[in-house]
Design a protein around this ligand. Structure first.
Ligand code: MG
Length: 162
């Protein structure tokens, strides 16, 4: 049973000299995503979806990007903290569905690894987590290979009487 649904969106630019981390998986590619943290668009979109569903604002409020504590931080740690905040409100994730939009690199070879790691990090069975990837048909900033976008939806269930 799902009591709350939340939506999250994130975009990061590609740039040189950075590792590409998506759903906590390092993707072999000459460029990475630029950001204050490790710029993992998947975890950021999932965090925003969870926070939104629990009525806890957004990732920028909870983890300000001008806070040196979050510089280059592994976003799985942010996800862990967000899960704790959601649990403190009495909620737990039921499912996660996401869509990645990237012209480059091709993400299909990494979908199952991303799905498995995301499921592990949010404490769900793999079949409750969905990772979809598509291109932007060459259009716009993602189509030109300048950015990667992730949309996420998370369902939460109330787990106690809080
Ligand atoms: Mg972000």
């Amino acid at each position: 049973m799902i009591d709350r649904i939340g939506h999250g969106y994130d975009l990061h630019r590609l740039g040189p000299g950075r590792k590409m981390i998506l759903a906590g998986i390092e993707i072999p590619f000459p460029e990475g995503l630029v950001g204050h943290s490790d710029a993992d668009v998947v975890f950021h979109a999932v965090i925003d979806a969870m926070l939104g569903a629990a009525g806890l604002g957004d990732i920028g409020e909870q983890f300000p990007d001008n806070d040196p504590a979050f510089k280059d931080i592994d976003s799985s740690l942010l996800l862990e903290r967000a899960l704790k905040k959601v649990a403190d409100q009495g909620y737990a994730p039921v499912n996660v569905d996401l869509t990645l939009i990237a012209e480059r690199p091709k993400l299909s070879p990494y979908k199952s690894a991303m799905r498995a790691n995301l499921a592990k990090r949010v404490g769900l069975a793999v079949d409750a987590v969905s990772v979809k990837a598509k291109t932007n048909e060459g259009l716009g900033e993602t189509g030109r290979g300048e950015a990667i976008i992730c949309h996420a939806i998370v369902g939460l269930a109330k787990r106690n009487n809080k």
